[in-house]
Design a protein around this ligand. Structure first.
Ligand code: 6PG
Length: 248
């Protein structure tokens, strides 16, 4: 398995500051090399600080934002106007303040009636953007992930069907414990990313961080363990409370 970079900071604020600087570095490298930077953003609360920093005065001038293309690792099956929507959160914190243009944003079209239709549409979006019709797995420059205290990442929850998907890039995943469909990228496309980051903060995640990084390999139980980059680099950005149980 490729090397895993474990980075630990005192708190969420310093974790987010370091992640913002690294985001700018890899984005500029990608734009210099390929003329663009493609990123799949995570939802949840942990990346909020990072998104706020990236749209702050300090970072606006550090990046050629017009060359960055935004996707989402997962989405809830709700309206884009819902407070549950990952798109809404990122739109408020990042897209609106940075005046990101619509053609640069690829959100899950949750206004489509059924979840399977949303996932099929998203897969078409991704394939069209990466010019990969039909077969092949595209590589995002960066895939940002969080970690649930149950071991889920994106919307790949323990013991759910999406964990074993090997072909589709985007699926509707029935999460029985939440009694909902969740929309999520699958491991093949997550693991094809050039850079994969876990951003994890808080004492409530410490036990799961220990399970994922040092426990038995049980990806059905701890789906985050199945995040294994094929050629890319996997980095964990954690604060002390989240990382205090693992061997330093
Ligand atoms: C979501 C996220 C999800 C999240 C984890 C951690 O849609 O909520 O994609 O996978 O990253 O649940 O969430 P927190 O950052 O809020 O702890």
């Amino acid at each position: 398995m490729a090397k895993v970079n474990i980075n630990i900071w005192n708190d969420l604020e310093s974790l987010s500051a370091a992640a913002a600087i690294e985001f700018a570095r890899i984005a500029n490298d990608a734009i210099r090399e390929n003329g663009r930077f493609t990123v799949a953003l995570s939802g949840g609360s942990t990346p909020v600080e990072l998104y706020k920093l990236l749209s702050s005065e300090e970072f606006i001038s550090k990046l050629d934002w017009e060359k960055i293309f935004f996707f989402f690792t997962d989405e809830r099956d709700v309206s884009p106007a819902s407070n549950q929507s990952n798109f809404k959160m990122v739109n408020e914190l990042l897209f609106k303040p940075l005046k990101i243009s619509k053609p640069q944003i690829f959100r899950w079209q949750t206004e489509i009636i059924n979840a399977v239709g949303i996932a099929e549409q998203y897969e078409k979006y991704i394939r069209k953007f990466f010019k990969m019709p039909g077969e092949g797995i595209p590589s995002f420059d960066l895939c940002l992930l969080g970690l649930g205290d149950d071991g889920h990442t994106a919307s790949l929850f323990p013991h759910t069907k999406a964990l074993t998907e090997t072909k589709a890039l985007a699926v509707a995943n029935i999460v029985k414990k939440l009694k909902v469909f969740r929309l999520t990228l699958t491991f093949p496309v997550i693991n094809s990313a050039k850079n994969i980051w876990f951003l994890v903060s808080g004492d409530q995640k410490a036990k799961m961080v220990l399970n994922v990084l040092e426990g038995e390999y049980e990806p059905e139980k701890f789906p985050a363990q199945a995040v294994k980059p094929i050629d890319g680099k996997l980095s964990w950005f954690m604060d002390d409370p989240a990382a205090h149980l693992i061997k330093k």
